[in-house]
Design a protein around this ligand. Structure first.
Ligand code: HEM
Length: 343
């Protein structure tokens, strides 16, 4: 399949748009009419052709624009990418995982040629053709994690595993839903999840950690998470809250369909071979409500989910003040018909 890459922005004039193809394959996250936190994890065994689950690192029409946006964020704030000294080996593991996966899954876009430790990496969409020595940092323009994640959509947290816990000791985080790598660096699984309401009491994090500590090589896992974002912003970081937080106050009944976006994260979990680290890619998909409601069962269901979401979750996810405007809009697409389980 040939991908037509969009020329678009996730800031300023917000020319971001989803094609019909992107709308059709959007990972709508609700399999019933209500939502509550749970240990919603499953094996990541791929998915139907064309779906966002089909490839290990999904490349879509937003690829070039997302990589451009990441470069802008990093130029402004280099601390969005950090790797503690003991995580370099995990960075090489990650570079290998992504290069092998992308060259196998998208041979028309990416090529990897290996001759011993001499590797040649060709990234056609970004116009990159680099030859380097595997495991020799001096042969790349950036550290291995930074090099490859500047070329891969989604955020990346790279977790060291020790003392029966996971530690956020490296990451590339420029498209996050209001959390900060610079704040979380060096924290463990319970510490960085501390702000999440209700889930600790429900035992969600204890069970999730147990699952993650046992993820094996070649047996990745996945889950979906979601939130709401006004304007198609990738960078909704605490560092830049002064720029995007205020935009939430611009929502009106007239512009809500165009401005309000459902933000879905496809989160995957891979065990890395040499370092035994766990990598956590967080891939963000945005869809405007006016595009979402073109699929009638999505519009109907989203209305019910948002209407019945506990206030603690709507507050944490940052849209409690805008919930009435969003509900007014979505209610027009809810005909009251029963929905069937599943997506
Ligand atoms: C939220 C990281 C795995 C459930 C978060 C936050 C971070 C994070 C940084 C934001 C916390 C804040 O407000 O500052 C990670 C990392 C993981 C991981 C690095 C991989 C090791 C999981 C797993 C679950 C989970 C396996 C399974 C249930 C949640 C939930 C939230 C959350 C429910 C709140 C999200 C929302 O309501 O939008 N996570 N997480 N996380 N995480 Fe994780």
């Amino acid at each position: 399949m040939t991908i037509q890459f969009n020329d678009e922005t996730f800031r300023d004039d917000y020319t971001f748009r989803n094609s019909e193809w992107a709308i059709k394959r959007f990972p709508f996250p609700f399999h019933e009419d209500s939502y509550m936190y749970s240990v919603n994890m499953e094996r990541h065994r791929g998915g139907p052709d064309g779906s966002v689950y089909a490839k290990r690192f999904d490349v879509d029409e937003h690829y070039i624009a997302e990589m451009r946006d990441r470069a802008l964020v990093l130029a402004d704030d280099p601390l969005r990418c950090q790797s503690l000294p003991h995580m370099t080996l995990a960075g090489w593991d990650l570079l290998e995982l992504i290069m092998v996966s992308k060259s196998e899954d998208y041979p028309d876009l990416f090529e990897l040629h290996r001759d011993g430790t001499t590797w040649r990496w060709v990234n056609k969409p970004l116009g990159i053709d680099d030859t380097f020595t595997f495991m020799d940092e001096a042969s790349l323009p950036y550290g291995p994690m930074e090099y490859i994640t500047r070329q891969t959509q989604g955020d990346f947290a790279v977790l060291d595993q020790r003392e029966n816990n996971l530690w956020m000791d490296a990451g590339m985080v420029t498209t996050q839903a209001d959390w900060s790598l610079d704040f979380d660096i060096g924290m463990n699984f319970f510490e960085w999840h501390a702000p999440v309401p209700l889930a600790h009491e429900m035992g969600v994090f204890k069970r999730a950690l147990k699952f993650l500590l046992n993820v094996q090589q070649d047996s990745p896992a996945r889950r979906l998470n979601w939130t709401m974002t006004v304007n198609p912003l990738l960078d909704t970081s605490p560092e830049n809250y002064h720029k995007w937080g205020i935009q939430k106050t611009t929502l009106t009944p007239e512009n809500v369909g165009r401005k309000q976006h459902l933000r879905v994260e496809l989160q995957t979990f891979y065990r890395l071979p040499r370092s035994n680290a766990l990598v956590f890619p967080i891939r963000c998909y945005l869809i405007a409500l006016e595009d979402l409601v073109t699929v009638p069962k999505w519009g109907r269901r989203l209305h019910r989910v948002i209407r019945d979401l506990p206030a603690e979750l709507a507050t944490y996810k940052g849209f409690i003040d805008n919930r009435p405007i969003i509900l007014d809009y979505l209610s027009r697409f809810d005909d009251g018909l029963p929905t069937s389980p599943g997506i």
